[in-house]
Design a protein around this ligand. Structure first.
Ligand SMILES: C[S@@+](CC[C@H](N)C(=O)[O-])C[C@H]1O[C@@H](n2cnc3c(N)ncnc32)[C@H](O)[C@@H]1O
Length: 262
């Protein structure tokens, strides 16, 4: 897709359409793993891109770093500002593919389940590299294609296909692909982790996703009643018997890298 401005405008609105903070809480263990891996300290300037409501940003700030949190969605930025009010986290509305920031402004750039949604990974990565100092560190989290989130995404795509020509966010969850994309960095590390994905029942999971996940709410709205129900039935069947509690571990990877001198 050459001109992505229409797509970007659509997702800018879409990400503000559900009540995201409860989903951010469920994803928070990954933000902890990411911030632990990058270990920001009081002398670091940290840039959180596609920060959502600022889970990783807040943790970096707790470690004493100066933190700038950015996101495409005005609603996410407003929620993040409210959540981190008084902590010193600074917020800016910005597309990760077009960061309005000076070069070499960040010691650490990080993104938990955020940069993976950039439709042009090479463009986003170029922005990250430009923002980083020569010894800067980068890290992201991404759902693995074969973990529950990856498999659920594939089911959803079958029912509600993504626009053609855009990168697949799940590619960031493939270790070999991540290493390839980060080839210009040094010290590339990739580890897999899980976070708990627990609900009282498959139907409770669907209700939660419809209320709190912008992606699921948008897919359901686009498909309409019967077709959305069909999609969620298929998703629920992946979790175990109807009516039983959902007790899954959702697999993701944490990738880290250093700019180095190349
Ligand atoms: C699943 S949420 C993750 C948010 C947050 N990092 C967290 O851990 O909860 C994905 C976020 O990516 C943001 N996003 C999607 N595309 C983006 C883009 N091109 N530039 C900046 N942010 C983007 C969305 O607005 C949303 O806040």
């Amino acid at each position: 897709m050459d001109d992505i401005s229409g797509y970007t405008d659509a997702v800018r609105g879409m990400w503000g359409d559900a009540d995201y903070p409860a989903l951010a809480d469920r994803f928070a263990p990954a933000a902890h793993d990411l911030v632990d891996a990058l270990a920001p300290g009081p002398h670091d300037q940290v840039l959180d891109v596609a920060a959502g409501t600022g889970s990783a940003a807040a943790l970096a700030r707790e470690r004493g770093a100066a933190v700038l949190a950015t996101d495409l969605s005005p609603r996410m930025v407003a929620l993040g500002r409210g959540r981190t009010a008084g902590s010193g986290v600074v917020w800016l509305e910005a597309d990760v593919e077009d960061l309005p920031l000076p070069p070499t402004c960040a010691d650490i750039v990080l993104s938990s389940f955020g940069l993976i949604f950039a439709p042009r990974p090479a463009v986003a990565l170029a922005q990250v590299r430009r923002a980083l100092t020569p010894a800067g560190r980068f890290g992201l989290t991404a759902w693995t294609p074969d973990g529950f989130m990856g498999r659920m995404t594939r089911v959803m795509r079958r029912h509600s296909p993504a626009p053609p020509g855009l990168a697949d966010p799940l590619d960031w969850g493939r270790p070999e692909m991540v290493r390839d994309r980060l080839a210009a960095f040094t010290d590339v590390g990739v580890v897999t982790r899980t976070l708990p994905w627990h609900f009282d029942s498959p139907a409770a999971m669907t209700a939660f996703l419809l209320a709190h996940s912008p992606v699921h709410a948008a897919a359901a709205a686009g498909l309409g009643g019967a077709r959305a129900a069909e999609m969620f039935t298929e998703v629920e069947e992946m979790t175990g018997p109807a009516g039983w509690p959902v007790r899954l571990d959702a697999e993701f990877l944490v990738a880290t890298a250093t700019v180095g001198n190349t």
